[in-house]
Design a protein. Structure first.
Length: 259
C-alpha cells in the first residue's frame, strides 16, 4: 500500500494520443496553420466526426480547421499538406497497430472532407486501369492430314471426304463424297484439272447426268453432282452445292491429290 507511484489506468490508456498531440504542437504544424486569419462563420462543425476521448484527433481537427480557414488560393493546398502530415504522424504514433492507424487515418480524412469536399478524391491518384485481356487466339482450323500442301483439291478415299485448300490451309470443306466402287476405284495420286462441263452427261452410262463436272483425269474421272451415299464408277460424287463450288473455284491446271 506504500510507495505505489504507477499512474492511474485511464491516464496510461491515453498516453499515446496525448504524446502525439504534444508532438504535433512541438513540430509547429498546428501553430503555423492556426496563425492564419480565421473567419468564424466558415469554420465547419466536425465534432460529430471526432471521438471526444482522443486528444490526437481533437488536435488534428483543430489543425485542419485552421488550414481550411486560410483565405487565399493556397487554402486547399494547406489542408492537403496538413492532412498528409497528420496521417504520417498517425502512422508513426500507432507503432504498427494497423487498426489504430486506420482509425486515425479515417477520422482525419472525414475532417478533411468536411472542410474541403472532394479534395481527397481530387488529389488521390486514380488506379491505372486494368490492362485489357489479351485476345483469345483464333481456333485452329480443322486441318485434315494426308493431303500435299501443293494440292488445290484433296480426296481422302479412306474417310470418304474431300476439301479445297490454298498453300495447305483448308478453304472449303471437308465435305462428304463417294468414290469408285471395288474394281472401279478412283485412281490415287496427283492429277490436274483439265476441263469443266456444267451440264455434263455420261455417254458411257446411258446419258446419266453429271452436273458441274470438273475432270481431273483424261479417262473420264471428275468431281460432279450425285448421291454421295452410292459408290461410283470412279468419279467423285458430291452434293449439288459442293459440286457447284468445286466447279466455280477450281481452275484448269489446279492440282488434285487423291490418297
Amino acid at each position: 500500500m506504500f510507495g505505489n507511484n504507477l499512474p492511474p489506468k485511464h491516464t496510461r490508456a491515453h498516453r499515446t494520443t496525448r504524446r502525439f498531440g504534444s508532438f504535433v504542437a512541438a513540430a509547429g504544424l498546428a501553430v503555423g496553420l492556426i496563425a492564419a486569419p480565421a473567419v468564424a462563420n466558415a469554420q465547419p462543425n466536425l465534432s460529430s466526426n471526432v471521438s471526444s476521448s482522443s486528444p490526437f484527433l481533437q488536435q488534428a481537427e483543430r489543425s485542419l480547421q485552421a488550414a481550411s480557414m486560410t483565405l487565399n488560393n493556397n487554402a486547399r493546398n494547406a489542408v492537403w499538406d496538413a492532412r498528409n502530415a497528420l496521417r504520417a504522424q498517425a502512422t508513426a504514433l500507432s507503432g504498427g497497430n494497423k487498426a489504430q492507424e486506420k482509425q486515425f487515418h479515417d477520422s482525419i480524412d472525414r475532417m478533411v472532407e468536411g472542410m474541403a469536399p472532394g479534395l481527397i478524391a481530387e488529389r488521390t491518384p486514380k488506379p491505372a486501369p486494368a490492362p485489357a485481356p489479351a485476345p483469345k487466339p483464333a481456333p485452329a482450323p480443322n486441318q485434315p492430314a494426308g493431303c500435299a500442301p501443293t494440292a488445290r483439291a484433296c480426296v481422302d478415299i479412306a474417310n470418304q471426304r474431300t476439301w479445297l485448300q490454298e498453300n495447305g490451309k483448308v478453304t472449303y470443306g471437308p465435305v462428304r463424297m463417294s468414290s469408285g466402287k471395288p474394281g472401279q476405284e478412283t485412281p490415287k495420286g496427283f492429277h490436274r484439272v483439265n476441263r469443266k462441263v456444267k451440264d455434263e452427261i455420261s455417254y458411257e452410262f446411258n446419258n446419266a447426268p453429271m452436273p458441274f463436272a470438273t475432270y481431273f483425269t483424261y479417262n473420264g474421272i471428275a468431281f460432279h453432282q450425285g448421291d454421295p451415299s452410292i459408290k461410283s464408277a470412279g468419279c467423285i460424287r458430291m452434293y449439288r452445292n459442293d459440286a457447284q463450288h468445286y466447279f466455280n473455284n477450281l481452275r484448269i491446271g489446279d492440282q488434285v491429290h487423291v490418297f
